[in-house]
Design a protein around this ligand. Structure first.
Ligand code: AMP
Length: 284
């Protein structure tokens, strides 16, 4: 049975007791409405760690759009059951006032292109500052030995990796592969808001990634050509991308030629939902 913890004091007490007993603590930060993508992180954490804390917190400071925040799906009861079934030993679901009490004044700001490009260009760098702030706080609140993030949010992984390095945070990061629906759509809590034709049109993102991958495997090394192939594949599903970009996987710096560690990032609006996806481009 997994208990839901709502206060920082209680989560700390329980984690400290576990650590005194020599247990390794894993943290899986989520915004809830758990799906197989989240569960894959929890299962991985459960194989590596003795205790797995799953945080469920829809972080208001990372939403640039109040309507998106209001529409964000929630189902805590189901989340607790799913987290437990995947091996979580604790669910930390604090109310907003516990995370941002009156007088809260600190923001963790990462400067430069990693927070200003792609999602940071569309949503503003404040989105990633919100992520960085809440992740720093969760590390402080839970004090995990290791934390698990999904490659689905590639730019977030780059931001969190930078943050941990820059602030010397004593936590190990594990990035887990993107989990997809059988037809290739990357799992996302937002997918429940895709209705009717939009569910099919959402395949535009993975179509774009697949087309890029095929072009690279066929020997294309010119990034502009690869991006154009991906864009065309998306348009063929009736979806115009917000961006399609081949970048260096560690720095997100733009590339002209396909390199060892190339990543293709795509984003698009499909109906009422904004979706993102990415893939490593493999030349072999
Ligand atoms: P979220 O609840 O969307 O903030 O996601 C919580 C964590 O789960 C983040 O580290 C995400 O990258 C990860 N995640 C979300 N969707 C997927 C997916 N389809 N595959 C793998 N990880 C995912």
């Amino acid at each position: 049975v997994v208990q839901v913890t709502r206060t920082v004091a209680e989560v700390r007490e329980r984690v400290h007791a576990a650590r005194r007993a020599g247990r390794r603590i894993g943290l899986v930060p989520t915004m809830g409405f758990l799906h197989e993508g989240h569960l894959s992180l929890i299962r991985r954490a459960a194989t590596d760690c003795d205790d797995v804390v799953v945080s469920v917190f829809v972080n208001p400071t990372q939403f640039n759009d109040a309507a998106d925040l209001a529409a964000y799906p929630r189902d805590e009861e189901n989340d607790v059951a799913l987290a437990a079934s995947a091996g979580a030993t604790m669910v930390f679901a604090p109310p907003v006032e516990e995370v941002y009490p009156a007088g809260f004044a600190t923001t963790v700001e990462l400067r430069g292109p990693i927070t200003e490009t792609f999602e940071g260009a569309v949503r503003g760098p404040e989105h990633f500052w919100g992520v960085a702030t809440v992740v720093t706080k969760l590390f402080g609140m839970v004090q995990p030995d290791v934390a698990y993030f999904g490659q689905k949010d590639a730019q977030q992984c780059v931001v969190v990796t930078r943050l941990v390095t820059d602030l010397d945070l004593p936590v190990e990061l594990v990035i887990c592969p993107t989990v997809r629906e059988p037809d290739g759509l990357a799992m996302s809590s937002r997918n429940v808001r895709l209705r009717g034709d939009d569910r099919d049109r959402a395949l535009a993102l993975v179509d774009g990634l697949d087309a890029a991958d095929a072009a690279v495997r066929a020997g294309e090394t010119d990034v502009a050509a690869v991006e154009s192939v991906a864009t065309k594949a998306m348009l063929a599903r009736g979806v115009g991308p917000d961006y399609v970009a081949v970048v260096d996987a560690t720095t997100l710096a733009p590339l002209e030629r396909i390199a060892e560690r190339s990543l293709i990032l795509v984003a698009a609006h499909v109906g009422p939902v904004r979706l993102i996806d990415n893939a490593v481009l493999d030349r072999s």
